[in-house]
Design a protein around this ligand. Structure first.
Ligand code: T4K
Length: 396
């Protein structure tokens, strides 16, 4: 496919002429694309499920996947859920936080993070994000603590890790639970330590849009093997046996078909991750040197989860806004996403709540109109990268 017009000047496949119009791609390029197992590999597992007729409620594939994930993530407790949101609701329930108490979290996240707090009858308190990581600023979090605060729910947004050391210290000094929304952080490590070992609990999403997916799904991990029983009961209506209910549980169970997909996808995850690493490198190359375009900085000692590729577009230096680029990409069949704009405090249920910050104007209120996630998965072709690069380099 010849993507570039004959009359343009090309350096490294990037359009430089002021009036050049980058062409559109034939097929839409979406922000995410699910990793799916080969159907030929899936069929035998489906046949097993059909034969056994044990299709949900902690079946053998569910148990196998849980054990494999526990080993893969290097954690003491790993409990599957039917989605990340049920996992978050359950993780907050696990610690018996006082009813109505406050949980500090990020406004720059998917609404599910704040909703999980509210569904537990707890109060979300939004703290500003740090400019470098876009995760909750520990100083803003410290400022947000009141006598009613019971927990911090940090978000490893885009796969960028929170300042886990600062939150561990804050949690210990102020007697707070530290829980992580690790929906974007599957497989990330810091100094070789699995992301699932930080804090009191972490919750992963295995939604179709995530690097590792079970179509819909989630996982709670904790560094304590003793948490297993209580999470088990909370996940399954509190059922201990046919005659005993010991917790106010929910139905958070993953079914056998999801587990089968998970078992197969787990084999494909490293390959997908390697392809995304290459794509990250390629994006960084083609965007290098553009004033006002900032890629996600590397975090020392952190192995990235390769979930999203966010950019910060500073219109004052770059000359064009994030929304302009979003529209220009869309016109060429490239569907980037403005994750997470609007932020939680822009939404009706949380609009009345302030954002606690150490600054006069919270950083998150400035960055929200500058952030853009580019398509990031193994289906993004070289041609797509060229079209995206053309859009950024074109002066239109
Ligand atoms: N915490 C955080 C920080 C989260 O980001 C999320 C979920 C959660 C908690 C909650 O976890 P879950 O309960 O969902 O497990 C999507 C997802 O639905 C959501 O899971 C995800 N975060 C959020 C960031 O993104 P949308 O509304 O952006 O999804 P949608 O349908 O527009 O899809 C995004 C792109 O993915 C589209 O371009 C198409 C592509 N796609 C999507 C689906 C569903 C596919 O190619 N195939 C598909 O099946 O929310």
């Amino acid at each position: 496919m010849n993507l570039l017009r004959a009359n343009t000047t090309i350096i490294g496949r990037v359009l430089l002429e002021e009036d050049a119009q980058p062409p559109a791609l034939g097929e839409p390029v979406l922000v995410s694309q699910p990793l799916l197992p080969d159907l030929d590999e899936l069929m035998p597992l489906l046949q097993q499920i059909w034969k056994r007729k044990h299709v949900t409620n902690h079946g053998p594939l569910h148990q196998r996947l849980e054990a494999e994930l526990q080993a893969y993530l290097g954690v003491d407790t790993a409990m599957l859920f039917n989605n990340g949101t049920t996992g978050l609701i359950t993780a907050l329930k696990l610690f018996d936080l006082p009813p109505g108490s406050e949980v500090i979290t990020s406004p720059l996240t998917f609404a599910a993070t704040a909703h999980a707090i509210s569904w537990n009858g707890l109060k979300p308190v939004f703290a500003d994000v740090s400019p470098g990581t876009l995760t909750v600023d520990p100083e803003a979090a410290a400022r947000a603590i009141t006598e009613n605060t019971s927990a911090i729910l940090g978000v490893h947004v885009y796969g960028t890790l929170c300042d886990v050391e600062a939150f561990a210290a804050l949690g210990a000094s102020r007697d707070l639970r530290v829980i992580y929304d690790a929906a974007h952080a599957f497989g990330a490590t810091k100094k070789g330590v699995s992301v699932g070992r930080f804090g009191d609990a972490s919750v992963f999403s295995f939604h179709a849009t995530k690097l590792f997916n079970t179509l819909e799904g989630g996982l709670i991990t904790t560094p304590n093997a003793q948490d297993r029983d209580k999470i088990y009961y909370l996940r399954n209506f509190g059922i201990k046996n046919e005659e005993e209910i010991v917790e106010v549980g929910i139905n958070g169970k993953m079914n056998e078909v999801q587990a089968a997909i998970g078992l197969l996808n787990l084999h494909g995850v490293e390959n997908e991750k390697a392809k995304r690493r290459q794509l990250r490198k390629r994006y960084c190359e083609v965007l290098a040197g553009l004033d006002g375009i900032q890629t996600q900085p590397e975090q020392p000692g952190v192995e990235n989860s390769e979930q999203y590729f966010p950019l910060i577009i500073d219109e004052t230096c770059y000359g064009r806004t994030r929304d302009h680029i979003y529209d220009a990409l869309k016109a060429r069949n490239v569907f980037a996403r403005k994750y997470f704009h609007p932020i939680c405090t822009d939404f009706e249920p949380y609009r009345h709540l302030p954002i606690v910050s150490t600054r006069a104007i919270p950083h998150v209120t400035e960055v929200k109109s500058r952030v853009l996630c580019l398509p990031f998965h193994s289906g993004v072709s070289q041609d797509a990268v060229s079209v995206i690069a053309d859009v950024f380099h074109s002066r239109r």
